[in-house]
Write a protein that binds this ligand. Structure first.
Ligand SMILES: *[C@@H]1O[C@H](CO)[C@@H](O)[C@H](O)[C@H]1NC(C)=O
Ligand SMILES: *[C@@H]1O[C@H](CO)[C@@H](O)[C@H](O)[C@H]1NC(C)=O
Ligand SMILES: *[C@@H]1O[C@H](CO)[C@@H](O)[C@H](O)[C@H]1NC(C)=O
Ligand SMILES: *[C@@H]1O[C@H](CO)[C@@H](O)[C@H](O)[C@H]1NC(C)=O
Ligand SMILES: *[C@@H]1O[C@H](CO)[C@@H](O)[C@H](O)[C@H]1NC(C)=O
Ligand SMILES: *[C@@H]1O[C@H](CO)[C@@H](O)[C@H](O)[C@H]1NC(C)=O
Ligand SMILES: *[C@@H]1O[C@H](CO)[C@@H](O)[C@H](O)[C@H]1NC(C)=O
Length: 925
């Protein structure tokens, strides 16, 4: 009898927990459009990479943690099959607790969290470390490194209470903690119901039965949740059965095992034998004999004639596990599982035997085994955590500020005092940062520490004003600002608190502070009114016409050095923010015309009617002499946003005048908030798609140098009274660098959540393909009428949402019902197909805008023909279409991608394969 040993099982023991503390948002640390976060720990720099096999973006670990050291594993352990993520790691010789923070999560949502560890003798000491892992403040597992070349993977499924989660490594005196990789994958809350707010699941093993090649690992994209399914094979006892047909998930399937896993199964090689396998309990530090949850997956893969049956019993340790005869369902995925962990057997033997009546032997397709952990320990109040994390980041506080500020008490942050109530989360009640070398202004985040009573910032080098927000702290009784360089006066809110005796404010030794006993100069005001006003005219774009204009203006940029008079235009062209609703006219009247301030006053009737407010200031309604309605955007003096980009000169008022796009944005139309409540028809949608695609194509191809828009979204597609679409808002657009015309480099991630190209996000290098990606999202919005991030009921990206449905071949399940079925199925399929190609994770797989325009033109022709003959042929892109161009098949093609080679999981897979032959993990017998 083969048995796994506790030692080898340890590699498989996964644990889990909950979490905490945030920091300053880092663009790179954002989830991708699947909501995935993947970190290659110890990878220096800011640039990640795309995993060839899974097409998942792996980010460098900058911005996820602020402690530790970068290391490479020893060269002798680098093999061709070892995943790239294992090549580097981050180790944490200093401090008891060190954490990675994963941000931009959805509070209350369920997540799969996975961590990878491969020691690889990175420190040359050949000493295998052991340390504890926490999710937030809850214990997850002990990481016991048992061999330098043996990757350890741990995984947990937990509900995350906040919009961030921390994964913390805790020293236990048995070596220096380190980590090689970290994954986070969102799960719908209905999945894995055994995981809830107070209980998490820790994976012991997850296996696909059937394949005999241990490298046949299944994960994303075959498994949309990117679970890693290893092969469990025993060819001496088991034979494989399989199907190429799709195995469906039932509605409300609680496990959503992917078809690729369910398509294979095992039966006993000798039909009279049972299927038997087992696993041993793996002792935990706090529980020598943990209980387990087992989930067994079944599907009948053969179409059985009526006189043939397959029925069996499922037994655990000799007793019926399921209290009835079980018959797997043909091509449907089904699961048997226990809701609560099994009581504490030292080992678990599963035996599946056929009933007397069964004419076929039993089968099984897959299995998962979990132990449970408590996630009931509550961390510090999340608002306090966010505030203190921002303070930490702003002043670069070192100390031991890692993990949760208050929990556990033994690791509470230095200089921070907390209150611990029985039923509420701990709160931060006092902070003493006296003589801590703080520079800069007083962070407004102090104003978010709502329970703070005592705040000591004395004897630092703090400058600027005292924020009035501090007066909003209801419990603040002592505020010590002595010995800084603060300026301005004491804000009225604080004065009031001093007067009513509720606050002791100490502010001595601030030479620039205006107090009763200390006169000072009021801050100089900028001279108020500009003397003259330059009003470059401008453009937000029209499809072709305006794009042409832009190109023209850009060309003029070169002349600008010799001709000052056009300089402002250059600036405005490449920097056109807009909150939507107003666009530039194709009207030649507006091209390149200048207005004086007086003219603008006239046009807008003395700035009478405000249309809206954008990042730069107010937008006013106006009429030209000839009656053309225009929008006049006047940059407000107080506006900071974009000022740098907007203005070349100082001290001038700047304004933009453009055609009033009376029908507002495409976004409003999709939401039914415009068009007198009438929704767009399919034909209108197609035309909007085509016209905006042409506009983008022109930016990419017609302009020299080409332009990347960088913020393509439904809110930036404006419609005039004839519903003609124009792409607006060049606030973020950038011209290509001539020397390097495939991409541009910038340090700031721009764009709008839901639209941002994951590759751009990983590399920080926008390309024209980033616009293509965003445009794909716009296309999906047109088809589905949904928002880029929708609730289903959990937040999910429209891409993932549509992909999942289209993969089932069901176009009608994604089409906007507001079109009332008045659309051609073939055309909709084609547009959906284009959208999915545009939103491929890897930019190389995305079409160019030229391709997109050509395809949309075909769709338009299709629609024209439909209009003329009104004859819909539905015999082609049907739900089960085998047409290789249909979205459905594109998706399944992706699914067949062999995931095994370079994914970070592979090596682990690979290594697991080796270990497995030594009978690690649940053992077959
Ligand atoms: C860690 O692994 C080693 C080697 O397999 C084993 O001897 C030891 O008992 C393990 N320790 C724990 C706490 O699991
Ligand atoms: C989570 O599940 C466990 C086990 O079923 C149960 O005892 C606990 O009350 C649940 N917690 C919540 C918050 O539902
Ligand atoms: C089922 O019926 C078919 C033909 O009717 C026969 O050939 C086959 O042997 C039967 N199988 C069993 C298990 O009775
Ligand atoms: C199969 O399992 C059932 C339920 O445990 C048991 O009653 C029966 O004897 C077993 N049959 C065989 C052939 O093992
Ligand atoms: C086996 O078949 C007999 C006769 O049809 C039936 O009475 C009995 O309930 C069946 N047993 C099972 C376990 O299905
Ligand atoms: C204090 O801040 C000012 C302005 O930021 C800076 O010039 C000065 O060097 C700082 N002094 C110390 C001691 O940090
Ligand atoms: C992954 O892709 C990169 C770039 O195309 C290539 O250099 C590398 O060899 C690929 N790796 C594998 C394992 O296919």
């Amino acid at each position: 009898m083969e048995r796994s040993t506790p030692g080898t099982m340890a590699a498989w023991s996964w644990l889990l927990l909950l979490c905490f503390t945030a920091g300053v948002l880092q663009a790179r640390a954002q989830p991708d459009n699947n909501g995935f976060i993947s970190v290659d720990c110890g990878l220096p720099g800011k640039t990640g990479f795309v995993d060839n096999k899974t097409t998942i973006f792996i980010a460098a670990d900058d911005g996820f943690t602020d402690g530790g050291e970068f290391h490479n594993i020893s060269a002798e352990f680098i093999t061709p099959t070892l995943g790239r993520s294992y090549h580097t790691l981050r180790s944490f010789p200093d401090g008891t607790r060190n954490c990675y923070t994963l941000r931009s999560l959805v509070p209350g949502l369920k997540y799969l969290i996975r961590a990878f560890f491969m020691y690889g003798n990175y420190d040359g000491l050949n000493k295998l470390p052991m340390f504890d892992l926490y999710i937030g403040v809850n214990f997850w597992t002990t990481v016991n490194i048992t061999a330098p070349d043996n990757p350890v993977i741990v995984e947990a499924i937990v509900v995350v209470p906040d919009d961030f989660v921390q994964v913390c490594m805790m020293k236990t005196g048995a070596g220096t903690p380190f980590i090689s990789g970290l994954n986070l994958r969102p799960l719908k809350n209905m999945l894995y119901p055994q995981a809830n707010a107070t209980q998490g699941l820790v994976l012991l093993g997850r296996f696909n039965f059937g394949p005999t090649d241990y490298t046949d690992i299944i994960r994303y994209p075959d498994d949309p949740h990117d679970r890693i399914w290893f092969v469990w094979s025993d060819s001496t006892r088991w034979s494989e059965i399989s199907t190429t047909k799709k195995v469906q998930n039932t509605d409300n399937d609680m496990y959503e095992v992917p078809t690729a896993v369910m398509q294979t199964a095992i039966t006993p090689r000798n039909a009279s034998m049972n299927i038997e396998f087992s696993w041993d309990a793996v002792p935990l530090p706090n529980d020598p004999n943990p209980g387990y949850i087992g989930i067994l997956y079944f599907s009948e893969l053969q179409l059985l004639p009526s006189n043939v049956t397959r029925q069996f019993y499922i037994n655990l340790n000799g007793k019926l596990w399921l209290q009835k005869v079980y018959t797997p369902i043909y091509l449907y995925s089904d699961a048997t599982y226990n809701q609560n962990p099994y009581l504490r057997y030292p080992s678990y033997n599963i035996s599946i035997n056929a009933t007397d009546n069964s004419t076929l032997p039993p089968l099984i397709n897959a299995v998962e085994v979990f132990s449970v952990i408590s996630t009931a320990t509550i961390g510090t109040d999340s608002q306090d955590v966010s505030a203190i994390a921002e303070i930490k980041a702003k002043y670069q506080v070192k100390k031991n500020w890692m993990g949760d500020p208050c929990v556990p008490k033994t690791l509470a942050w230095d200089k921070v005092t907390c209150s611990y109530a029985i039923s509420n989360p701990p709160r931060i009640i006092s902070i003493n940062l006296a003589s801590s070398g703080l520079n800069g202004e007083i962070s407004s985040s102090f104003g978010n520490l709502k329970a703070v009573q005592n705040l000591d910032l004395s004897n630092n080098n703090l400058t600027g004003p005292i924020p009035d927000a501090l007066a909003q702290l209801p419990s603040l009784t002592i505020l010590d600002l002595t010995g800084n360089q603060l300026s301005g006066s004491i804000p009225p809110g604080l004065l009031k608190r001093i007067q009513d005796g509720s606050l002791d404010l100490r502010y001595g030794n601030n030479p620039n502070l205006c107090t009763n006993g200390n006169s000072c100069q009021p801050a100089k005001k900028k001279s108020k009114l500009a003397i003259y006003i330059v009003v470059p005219i401008v453009l937000v774009v029209v499809i072709i016409l305006v794009a042409t204009l832009i190109c023209c203006l850009l060309r003029r940029k070169k002349k600008a050095s010799t001709n000052n008079s056009v300089k402002p235009q250059n600036e405005t062209v490449s920097n056109m923010p807009s909150n939507g609703g107003y666009g530039h006219s194709s009207s030649p009247r507006l091209e390149n015309r200048r207005f004086t301030y007086d003219e603008l006053k006239k046009i807008t009737n003395n700035f009478h009617r405000v249309l809206g407010r954008g990042g730069f200031g107010y937008v006013y309604d106006g009429f030209l002499e000839d009656g053309t309605q225009v929008a006049v955007k006047l940059r407000s003096e107080s506006s900071n946003q974009g000022a740098k980009e907007f203005l070349a000169e100082d001290g001038e008022y700047m304004a933009l005048v453009y055609e009033y796009m009376s029908e507002g944005t495409m976004q409003e139309h999709i939401a039914g908030k415009n068009n007198n409540g009438r929704y767009l028809t399919w034909r209108e949608r197609l035309r909007i798609a085509l016209e905006s695609a042409q506009g983008l194509e022109y930016l990419h191809k017609g302009c020299n140098p080409p332009l990347i828009h960088r913020d393509v979204k439904a809110a930036n597609i404006l419609l005039n009274s004839r519903l003609e679409a124009k792409i607006a808002d060049f606030g973020l657009s950038k011209a290509f660098n001539h020397n390097n015309d495939t991409h541009i480099s910038t340090n700031t991630l721009v764009g709008t959540p839901g639209y941002v190209d994951p590759e751009y996000q990983a590399t920080m290098q926008p390309t024209t393909k980033s616009d293509v990606y965003s445009f794909g999202v716009v296309l999906l919005e047109l088809v589905t009428g949904k928002t880029p991030i929708l609730r289903d009921p959990e937040p999910i990206s429209i891409i993932q949402w549509a992909r999942q449905r289209l993969a089932r071949g069901n176009i009608e399940s994604v089409v906007d019902t507001q079109m009332h079925g008045d659309h051609d199925v073939n055309g909709v399929w084609k547009v959906a197909d284009i959208a999915l190609k545009c939103t491929s994770n890897a930019s190389a797989q995305r079409p160019t805008m030229t391709d997109v325009v050509a395809q949309l033109q075909e769709c338009m022709e299709l629609e024209d023909r439909r209009g003329s003959i009104n004859n819909t042929s539905n015999d082609f892109y049907t739900g089960n279409s085998n047409d290789p161009n249909s979205s459905y098949n594109i998706y399944t093609t992706d699914q067949s991608t062999n995931v095994s080679q370079s994914s970070s999981a592979f090596e682990m897979e690979h290594n697991f394969g080796r270990v497995s032959t030594m009978s690690a993990g649940p053992a077959a017998r």
